[in-house]
Design a protein around this ligand. Structure first.
Ligand SMILES: Cc1ncc(COP(=O)(O)OP(=O)(O)O)c(N)n1
Ligand code: TZP
Ligand code: MG
Length: 211
C-alpha cells in the first residue's frame, strides 16, 4: 500500500510546458493563460538540467495549480515531484516507475508509446494513467513512431485507468482521439506555441464539452 490520496482525475486538456527560456514569472503567466482557457492538468517538462531554475519554476507552477484546482505533474524527476507533492510522468528512459510510486502522492503516469503490454506492466507497478502516442507528426518530438488510436479505449476498458493521447494534437484532429476513448489530450506546441494561449486552450477544452 502507498500513502497517496485518491488521485485526481486525469481528463480534458493536459497542457505540457515548452522549453522557452523565460523564467518563473513569465512561465507562470503562460500557464495561467492555459488554465484560463480550460486546461485541467499541467505538466512541467524541462530538459535544461538547471536544477535551480527547475525547482523555482516547478514550485511556482505547483502553487498556481493548487490555487486553481488543477492537477500538477512533473516530468522525469521523482525527486522534484516528491519535494513538491506533485504528480509525476515517466517514460522508457526515466527512473523506475515502481520505485517512484512509493514516493509520489500525486498521480503517476507512464508513457506507453504504441505498446499495450507496457501499459499493463505500468498499471501493475502503480501507474494511475497511461499515455499513448505520438498520434500525429510532432515538431516537438519528431522521431516517435505512430500509435494506434484503438489503444485509448482499450486502456480504460481493460486496465481501468485514464488514457492520455499525445503527439501533434490540434483542435482539428483531437476530436477523433476523444471519440476513440482518450480521457485527456496532452499538448505542447498547440497550446504554448500559440499567440493567444487561453484561446488555444479553449479550443481543445471544447472537444470534451460534446463528450
Ligand atoms: C502525458 C505525456 N505523455 C508522454 C510523454 C513522453 O514521455 P517520455 O517518453 O519520457 O519523453 P519526454 O517527455 O521525457 O521527452 C510525456 N512527457 N507526457
Ligand atoms: C513529449 C512527447 N511524447 C510523445 S510526442 C511528444 C511531444 C508532444 O508535443 P506536441 O503537442 O507539440 O506535438
Ligand atoms: Mg521522460
Amino acid at each position: 500500500m502507498t500513502n497517496r490520496p485518491t488521485a485526481p482525475a486525469i481528463s480534458g486538456l493536459y497542457a505540457i510546458t515548452d522549453d522557452q527560456r523565460e523564467g518563473p514569472a513569465a512561465l507562470t503567466e503562460r500557464v495561467a493563460a492555459a488554465l484560463d482557457g480550460g486546461a485541467r492538468v499541467i505538466q512541467y517538462r524541462d530538459k535544461s538540467g538547471d536544477g535551480d531554475r527547475r525547482r523555482a519554476e516547478a514550485a511556482a507552477l505547483a502553487e498556481l495549480c493548487r490555487a486553481r484546482g488543477a492537477t500538477f505533474i512533473v516530468n522525469d524527476d521523482p525527486d522534484l515531484a516528491a519535494e513538491l507533492g506533485a504528480g509525476l510522468h515517466l517514460g522508457a528512459d526515466d527512473p523506475d516507475l515502481a520505485a517512484a510510486r512509493a514516493r509520489i502522492t500525486g498521480p503517476l503516469g507512464a508513457s506507453c508509446y504504441n505498446d499495450p503490454e507496457r501499459a499493463r506492466t505500468a498499471v501493475a507497478a502503480g501507474a494511475d494513467y497511461v499515455a499513448f502516442g505520438r498520434y500525429f507528426p510532432s515538431t516537438t518530438k519528431p522521431d516517435n513512431p505512430p500509435a494506434d488510436p484503438a489503444l485509448l479505449g482499450r486502456a480504460r476498458a481493460e486496465l481501468g485507468v485514464p488514457a492520455v493521447a499525445i503527439g501533434g494534437i490540434t483542435p482539428e484532429n483531437g476530436g477523433e482521439l476523444v471519440a476513440a476513448g482518450a480521457d485527456a489530450l496532452a499538448v505542447i506546441h498547440g497550446v504554448f506555441g500559440a499567440a493567444d494561449i487561453a484561446a488555444a486552450a479553449r479550443r481543445y477544452a471544447a472537444l470534451f464539452d460534446a463528450d
